[in-house]
Design a protein around this ligand. Structure first.
Ligand SMILES: *Cc1c(COP(=O)(O)O)cnc(C)c1O
Length: 465
């Protein structure tokens, strides 16, 4: 076989890809029909594909490339660590400096008494760890029947069996099932489900479903609640202001552990180090991944409060759980350097003082577009709800996602990565995006919306459900 390099024609790469590479969340039949876009290089907020297109990445990869692509310091950190200690494990009473340094740094950055870190290689793995951690905690406390974890419909917590079960996406449950001991309540998605209530009333109502579920199951059965500060993969669903304070009150009242999944909202995305700070939440455990290394290395983890760490660590038996790559030295060294960049370059100040205000003005101005209903932006996480009738918050008559997909395809052709979740368009660009780059993003978004709108009308899709 010839060597496969960037220099092969795109069609040849696509054929090999379709023949041998099984993609996540993709139909391989669709891939065989139309090849995947081949990304060959990236720098800052810009991707290059095998056809030489320069694409602005409105999603920071998969919500993870917080400091932008191609940072020399991160390449250096990885090379240095590979030369010095390429791998060693953290099982069986051993450790190494990168894992120590990263854990200590995370303990310093995380709010409150979140002072202990259990490492994984992804957000999914970290949430699997959390299932064991909270159940183990209650076991040791002499309440082994406290096992149920309550989560939300349309939440996303990864796609391992544990993570996918915590998540509330029925299409993931349909792919091979769901583990037991996980219960779901409604999501705080006012636009789609709020009916005639005000957002504040609806936020309280949805939070109180947690209390109802606890009482229905019996508090002696419930171990924890898990939620994302803002649902990411669910469509950048920003909860009404009443939601999180009420969830916190209920967790406190019943002594339920609170796991906040910060995989997207961590490391500056919402304008603070953590989304919990933006929303005033006090978690017992935070799930982290993605922006922890800006996607340069696969690393995630659970940041755990003193109480849980002490109880789980106090038992005579081991906590029988861990991954070969827990605290991998190269991943840890890169994450540590990434955190140094975020801190020393003032990346979070840039989000708060420059990029967010500049983008917010232009993002919310898209609400004048005939197809755009709600516009949301927290830090650099945004959504545009597409609708055929803004007043009525109407859905399209076509299958959910039809219009969103049309719009995404226009973005794709206009060299903008903007995702759709059903008929909601979402962005989450690298945190280092400049005002000039925001202008390009907005211009391409508006052009794509205009083209999609025209196409939707021509195809007869401009109809309310
Ligand atoms: C992406 C994501 C995960 C899963 O992380 P992986 O690294 O893909 O396993 C978990 N929780 C949230 C909120 C995510 O966005």
């Amino acid at each position: 076989m010839n060597k496969i390099t960037n220099h092969l024609p795109t069609a040849e790469l696509q054929a090999l890809d379709a023949a041998h590479h099984m993609h996540p969340f993709t139909s391989d039949a669709a891939l065989a029909k139309r090849g995947a876009r081949v990304i060959t290089a990236a720098k800052g907020v810009w991707l290059t594909d095998s056809e030489g297109n320069r694409i602005i990445d409105g999603m920071a990869g998969l919500w993870c490339v917080n400091v932008g692509y191609g940072r020399e310091e991160l390449a250096e950190a990885a090379a240095r660590q590979i030369r010095e200690l390429s791998y060693y494990n953290t099982f069986f009473m051993t450790t190494h400096v990168p894992a120590i340094a990263l854990a200590a740094k995370l303990a310093q950055l995380a709010p409150g008494d979140l002072n202990h870190v259990f490492f994984a290689s992804s957000g999914s793995e970290a949430n699997d760890t959390n299932i064991r951690l909270v159940r183990r905690y209650w076991d040791i406390k002499g309440q082994p029947e406290k096992r149920v974890i309550i989560a939300r419909r349309n939440g996303y917590h990864g796609s391992t069996m544990g993570g996918g079960s915590l998540g509330g996406m029925t299409y993931i449950h349909a792919a091979g099932g769901k583990i037991d001991g996980i219960e779901h309540i409604g999501q705080p998605h006012w636009w789609a489900e709020g009916g005639d209530m005000t957002p504040e009333e609806f936020g309280l109502m949805r939070a109180r479903e947690l209390e109802e579920k606890i009482l229905e199951l019996g508090v002696e059965k419930v171990a924890a609640f898990i939620g994302e500060p803002i649902q990411g993969a669910g469509g950048v669903i920003v909860p009404p202001s009443t939601y999180w304070p009420e969830i916190q009150r209920i967790c406190d009242k019943y002594g339920i552990l609170l796991i906040v999944d910060e995989v997207i909202t961590g490391f500056g995305r919402t304008g603070n180090w953590f989304g919990s700070q933006t929303f005033g939440i006090k978690p017992h455990i935070m799930t982290i991944a993605k922006g922890l290394s800006s996607g340069y290395q696969p690393i995630g983890g659970s940041i755990v409060c003193d109480e849980i760490a002490h109880v789980v660590g106090s038992a005579d038996d081991d906590f029988n759980h861990g991954y070969t790559y827990s605290g991998h030295p190269v991943a840890a060294a890169v994450a540590l350097e990434n955190l140094r960049i975020i801190e020393e370059d003032g990346v979070i100040d840039h989000v708060r003082d420059v990029a967010h205000p500049y983008l917010a003005e232009r993002w919310h101005a898209l609400a004048d577009h005939p197809m755009v209903g709600e516009t949301k932006l927290v830090g650099l996480m945004g959504a545009l709800q597409l609708t055929p009738n803004k007043e009525k918050r109407a859905k399209f008559a076509a299958k959910p996602g039809t219009v969103g997909l049309r719009t995404r395809e226009r973005c794709f052709r206009n060299n903008l990565v903007m995702r759709h979740v059903y008929d909601r368009m979402i962005i989450s660009p690298p945190l280092v995006i400049t005002p000039e780059e925001i202008d390009v993003l907005i211009a391409r978004a508006r052009l794509s919306l205009d083209e999609a709108y025209k196409q939707v009308r021509e195809e007869g899709l401009w109809q309310e459900a």
